[in-house]
Structure formats: structure tokens, C-alpha cells
Write a protein that binds this ligand. Structure first.
Ligand SMILES: Cc1cc2nc3c(=O)[nH]c(=O)nc-3n(C[C@H](O)[C@H](O)[C@H](O)COP(=O)(O)O)c2cc1C
Length: 151
């Protein structure tokens, strides 16, 4: 059984979480832009920043381009500023299920965001994902690996 963590990240938050999940899972983490063939993997764990309450465009494109692969497994994760994480996980879940993958679960945590508000640029969620977030992400990866071993 082989697993792959696929992620997109603009400012590094989702990449940090991807690497922590990959550590727990015992898998590689690959940027969605560098993914070529996923046919050899039995489990795909797909991560994205929340962009406008949903997955980022490159992740949506990746999910839409996936071949239909019944019998495989999927999972999702995201980082976000303050809202839209649950919906984002659900969108990734639905798209994986549309391709025949069995969904195992989702994980999300806050990410440091620099947002230009009406009072000027401000940093939110400073230092996130932090050590605790990354520990939970690694645990999530570990829980996925136990699903693989059971199946
Ligand atoms: C274009 C854009 C749209 C965003 N939309 C949302 C949003 O709807 N909800 C939210 O909580 N955060 C939103 N964010 C914040 C990001 O989800 C957050 O900073 C995330 O951790 C960035 O991950 P990254 O460092 O992997 O790119 C948005 C960020 C960008 C750049």
C-alpha cells in the first residue's frame, strides 16, 4: 500500500502541514504542480489553503483531472485564516468520492495570514501553524496510515 500527500501552498502554511502529515503517514509530500502520475498510490491525501471559502484553483484542477479510480482511498486537509475550512474539506471530499475514492477523513488548522484590511496590512494567526498544530497534523497522518494497514 502506498500513500502520497499532494498539496498546494502560496505562503508555506499548507506546505508545513503537508510535511507533518507525510511524516506521520510515512509518505512523500509533493507540490500539486509537480505531481505527474498518481496511479501507483492507494491513498491520496490532498491539501489546500482556503481561498474564498473553498479549495485553491490548482487543487480543484488537480481533483478534476484525476482519473476515476475505484478502490482507492482519499483524505483532505486545509489551512485557513478564520472561516471556510469545513466547506473546503467537504468540497475536496465530494470530488474525491466522485472519482470513486473512499474518504477517510479531514484535518484543518489556522495559518498565519497577511491581509490588507481597511486599516492597512495586518498579520493574523501569528506563528500558525504552530508546534501543536503540526503535532496534530502528524497524528492525523498516523491515523491515516493505520487505515491503510487495516485494509
Ligand atoms: C486569495 C485568498 C483567499 C483567501 N480566502 C480565505 C477564506 O475564504 N477564508 C479563510 O479563512 N482564509 C482565506 N485566506 C487565507 C488563507 O487560507 C490562509 O492564509 C492559508 O493558511 C494560506 O495557506 P498557504 O500559506 O499554504 O498559502 C485566503 C487567502 C488568499 C491568498
Amino acid at each position: 500500500m502506498r500513500a502520497l500527500v499532494v498539496y498546494y501552498s502560496e505562503t508555506g502554511n499548507t506546505e508545513k502541514v503537508a510535511r507533518a502529515i507525510a511524516r506521520g503517514l510515512g509518505a512523500e509530500a509533493v507540490n500539486v504542480k509537480d505531481v505527474k502520475d498518481v496511479s501507483e498510490y492507494d491513498l491520496l491525501c490532498v491539501g489546500t489553503p482556503v481561498h474564498y471559502f473553498g479549495p485553491a484553483k490548482p487543487v480543484l484542477q488537480f481533483l478534476d483531472s484525476l482519473p476515476s479510480t475505484p478502490g482507492k482511498m482519499g483524505a483532505a486537509f486545509c489551512t485557513f485564516h478564520n472561516t471556510g475550512n469545513e466547506k473546503t474539506i467537504q468540497v475536496v471530499r465530494r470530488k474525491l468520492e466522485e472519482k470513486g475514492l473512499t474518504f477517510l477523513g479531514g484535518f484543518s488548522c489556522k495559518g498565519q495570514s497577511r491581509i490588507v484590511a481597511n486599516i492597512g496590512p495586518r498579520v493574523f494567526n501569528k506563528g500558525r501553524p504552530n508546534e501543536e498544530d503540526l503535532r496534530k497534523a502528524e497524528d492525523f497522518g498516523r491515523s491515516l496510515s493505520s487505515h491503510i494497514k487495516k485494509s
